[in-house]
Design a protein around this ligand. Structure first.
Ligand code: MN3
Length: 240
């Protein structure tokens, strides 16, 4: 059974709960290689977590996972729908006074929805490393896997306030690139497709790691799903 049909069977049989404990992958990107973030009507929807809340223990604790997915990611998804609704309402009634406000809010909430959706699938409970094209591209762009790790760790640990460290594919230069994202949407480069994201908002780590963001970022390297990162890179490269 290939990976895709296994995943489909797993979904039919009840999803993540039947995945073996040592399952490397936990992915929910669709057949077209992009995360499904909206329903048929264009409303934003949150995909189920691709694993149980305790799947990433001990590096990411069960309670943090529950709160993070349900209220932080879920809240952003709902807020993005509200922003869209308010923009539509303003357009329908030709009252444009508030569209700039909700456009800004939508950038914030929708970016949160995108990054969190990627984040869950970027993680797994079995330590692994990049191989194949992903590794070659990492070496081309950063020199070595160790240098990439040092670079994204430093960038993530030192985000001012709340934000993300992001490894992305930049189609304009055909290179991998690192972003230090503030909030969910600031300091991007146009065109970059995120393939690995590191959430360094306090809600991602404070229950377990307290003020030690640095320890959390270091711990994450034990649970990164490089297969998922590779799959995202493969999809992103088709943009060229
Ligand atoms: Mn978060």
């Amino acid at each position: 059974m290939n990976r895709k049909s296994f995943l489909q069977n797993a979904a039919i049989l009840g999803g993540a709960s039947i995945l073996p404990a040592d399952s490397l992958f936990a992915q929910n990107i669709g057949d077209n290689g992009i995360d499904k973030l909206t329903d048929a009507n264009g409303l934003f929807i949150q995909q189920p977590l691709p694993y149980a809340n305790n799947f990433l223990e001990p590096y990411m604790d069960e309670e943090t996972m529950h709160l993070h997915y349900t209220f932080h990611h879920g809240g952003a998804m709902k807020a993005a729908n509200k922003d869209m609704e308010m923009i539509r309402k303003a357009m329908d009634t030709n009252s444009f006074d508030t569209v700039d406000y909700y456009t800004k809010k939508l950038a914030y909430h929708f970016s949160s929805h995108v990054l969190h959706s990627i984040f869950w699938t970027n993680l797994t409970n079995k330590k692994n490393t990049p191989t194949g094209t992903l590794l070659t591209d990492i070496e081309k762009s950063f020199g070595s896997f160790d240098k990439l790790k040092a670079y994204i760790a430093q960038t993530s640990k030192n985000v001012d306030g709340a934000g993300w460290g992001i490894l992305g594919y930049q189609p304009y230069s055909n290179r991998l690139t690192i972003l230090q994202c503030e909030n969910h949407e600031k300091l991007t480069q146009w065109g970059v497709v995120p393939i690995l994201v590191v959430d360094v908002w306090e809600h991602a780590y404070y229950l377990k790691y307290k003020n030690k963001r640095s320890d959390f970022v270091d711990a994450l390297f034990n649970i990164i799903n490089w297969d998922n990162v590779a799959e995202r890179l493969e999809t992103a490269k088709k943009l060229r």
